[in-house]
Write a protein that binds this ligand. Structure first.
Ligand SMILES: Cc1cc2nc3c(=O)[nH]c(=O)nc-3n(C[C@H](O)[C@H](O)[C@H](O)COP(=O)(O)OP(=O)(O)OC[C@H]3O[C@@H](n4cnc5c(N)ncnc54)[C@H](O)[C@@H]3O)c2cc1C
Length: 476
């Protein structure tokens, strides 16, 4: 299998952009396709004072800034971003704005399981519509389309998992409703499907356009954004940056996987890479053959599952995990492409969408996910120090960051809302084991889950191998 050399959708204007802009555009199909120049906003000019300082210009930081200004337009909010808004996974992901969270009732403890998961489902279902509402209100052109998501099972073990997940919900409006025979084909035609489920609470977006549009909306509402401004240290009342100090009553960290690069935070998350490929735009005939409803998201239940979207410009963008963790450089641009993962994604594409089997692959990219030790997200705010943070979405942050941003804003403003009592508020996962144990664990997760998938595909029987990595997986 050969992957054609990366071909960027928009040509970089060397005179106005140069190497920096090229570097930003190469981070994903989506960033590459942004029509406007991708030049950084001005950096922090020196010391500044403000009411709220936010570190990180991805979805978490931007949504938090947005809602702070919605609730109190007089607040002086400053956001510092090391590169440009949307540079991280927020500008690179699969574009699934979906209900549900990374996290299990067991990890959140105490409350009855049903209550936790029903509240999680309800709040994150509402977030999918809330993203759509803001996108419309702020006129953010990000191809938002709420057509739902289907999950397919193509082996008996996957079918059992699909039925188990569906039965775990005792909420009549829950996600992941199993589809009766014949229904899937009306949304998308995929060979070899044994069972499928449908979650209506899911929307497709172009994530870089959403992140860039949201940053512009924040600025219109009075948020000050400094780009190419790296925070070195985040503490009570201040953020020390290259170029100066931001002094603030409230300091909020929204750096997800990159948090592990900050002092004292190395073992807070496992930075695990998710990678994607995209085809060139497909012809109308191919789309008719695929019968793929516009906006519908499609994924499966391999242990190393795939997630795919039909992009607004007619490509298939498909992603999955499995990139090896590097001990020396857990986060590095070198980790964003992998021949092994790209090959597996191409095979997945060909198997599930045969009408697109010959489509050239024009893009390959990826980014780091923040996986907490218990795989369960958190929104935390210490009222005494007025320092807070949100993250640990383990690859499910596009919708969850909206919920988290609204929650962080409410906590910082001391608003007494339903959001501030959600099960993940104040949740503290224990840290990962020190290296090289974290390295060994992450390599084992990727290798063993991959082998378990091969076994299940070949035999149709459940693999017991996954038990070997159960201690490192979400508690059930
Ligand atoms: C390939 C891929 C596909 C994915 N697909 C999906 C999907 O379809 N659906 C879904 O729900 N989730 C998906 N995810 C996960 C999702 O993208 C993330 O959970 C989400 O974007 C996290 O947003 P964030 O704002 O918390 O973090 P980020 O997007 O990582 O933003 C953090 C920002 O902080 C900045 N920063 C870091 N350090 C500093 C510092 N010291 N000073 C200043 N700024 C700093 C970074 O440059 C970055 O811009 C995917 C992720 C990847 C990589």
């Amino acid at each position: 299998m050969t992957i054609e050399p990366l071909r960027l959708e928009s040509t970089v204007n060397a005179a106005s952009g140069g190497a920096l802009e090229a570097r930003y555009r190469e981070r994903s199909l989506w960033l590459g396709g942004i029509e406007q120049p991708l030049m950084p906003r001005p950096s922090l000019p020196g010391d500044v004072n403000c009411d709220v300082a936010i570190v990180g210009g991805g979805f978490t930081g931007l949504w938090t800034a947005y809602y702070l200004k919605q609730h109190d337009p007089t607040l002086n909010v400053v956001l510092v971003e090391r590169e440009i808004a949307g540079f991280g996974p927020s500008g690179r992901n699969g574009g699934w704005v979906m209900s549900g969270i990374a996290g299990t009732a067991r990890a959140y403890g105490e409350r009855p399981e049903s209550d936790v998961m029903v509240r999680a489902a309800r709040e994150t279902q509402a977030a999918v519509d809330e993203v759509g509402r803001v996108v419309a209100a702020e006129r953010i052109e990000c191809a938002y389309r709420k057509s739902g998501a289907v999950t397919i099972a193509t082996s008996e073990p996957q079918r059992s998992r699909l039925l188990r997940y569906a039965s775990e919900h005792n909420d009549p409006d829950a996600d992941d409703l199993t589809l009766p025979d014949g229904q899937l084909e009306q949304m998308v035609r995929i060979p070899g499907v044994l069972a499928s489920s449908y979650n209506p609470h899911a929307a497709r977006v172009n994530p870089a356009r959403l992140a860039r549009g949201l940053a512009n909306a924040c600025e219109r509402h009075g948020v000050t954004i400094y780009e190419r401004t790296a925070a070195r240290e985040i503490a009570h009342g201040r953020v020390s940056c290259e170029g100066g100090m931001v002094r603030a009553d409230t300091v909020l960290r929204a750096t997800e996987s990159y948090t592990t690069q900050l002092p004292g935070q190395r073992l807070r998350y496992l930075p695990l890479y998710s990678l994607m490929i995209a085809t060139e735009p497909l012809s109308v005939g191919v789309w008719e053959e695929l019968g793929w409803r516009d906006g519908l998201l499609v994924g499966d239940l391999h242990h190393l599952f795939f997630y795919a979207q039909r992009t607004s410009d007619g490509r298939i963008a498909i992603g999955g995990r499995g990139a090896p963790y590097r001990l020396r450089e857990p986060i590095s641009e070198r980790n964003e492409r992998s021949a092994v993962v790209a090959k597996r994604l191409v095979q997945t594409l060909r198997r599930n969408f045969p009408a697109a089997a010959d489509a050239p692959i024009t893009h390959h990219w990826g980014g780091p996910l923040a996986v907490p030790r218990d795989w369960s997200m958190s929104v935390t705010f210490h009222a005494s120090s007025r320092v807070g943070w949100a993250g640990g979405y383990a690859g499910h942050g596009v919708g969850a960051a909206n919920t988290a941003g609204r929650t962080l804003a409410d906590l910082a403003l001391d608003r007494d809302t339903d959001l501030v009592t959600l099960p993940w508020v104040g949740h503290a996962s224990r840290r990962w084991e020190p290296e090289p144990l974290r390295f060994v664990a992450s390599r084992a997760i990727v290798n063993i889950l991959g082998r378990a998938d091969q076994h299940e595909d070949a035999t149709g029987r459940r693999s017991q191998l996954t038990r070997l990595v159960a201690p490192f997986m979400p508690p059930r």
